[in-house]
Design a protein around this ligand. Sequence first.
Ligand code: 4NP
Length: 154
Amino acid sequence: MSQSVLFVCLGNICRSPLAEAALRQECARAGLDVVIDSAGTGDWHAGQPADERAQAVAARNGVDIGHLRARQVTASDFRDFDHIIALDNDNLRDLTAIRPARATAKLSLLFDHVPGREGEDVADPYYGRDNAFDQTWAEVTEAATTIRKWLETA
Ligand code: 4NP
């Protein structure tokens, strides 16, 4: 059975949709079958498409995320997914706080999968400069490579 990964940020319109897109692209290239989704700890943007700047950077890098709609993480996600990966330490703290007692998903921080960047946050590009989304893409792509290798050996 294929493994499953849920990426979680705050709004599910910037960072986690890009992490989803990057891992989807990475796994497709490697021929690895993984179920990939994303969600937010907050619900302000639920039902909305990804931020236009996130859609644009994904498209520039060959991934269409126009169909994605934001959703809030749910208690059942903690049983439905093998891995829940937080984009920053606030997200990880919030997920730890709502983690149900019967959760089976393994919680981790995205950059803990990248040697030399353990403990770091993927900075929120929402209020950032024009190139903030390019930096986000570079970061989630770097992580997607190591996460794919980790999934292959898991
Ligand atoms: P994300 O970015 O967590 O990477 O999706 C954000 C998007 C929207 C807001 C915060 C972060 N917001 O406060 O509306």
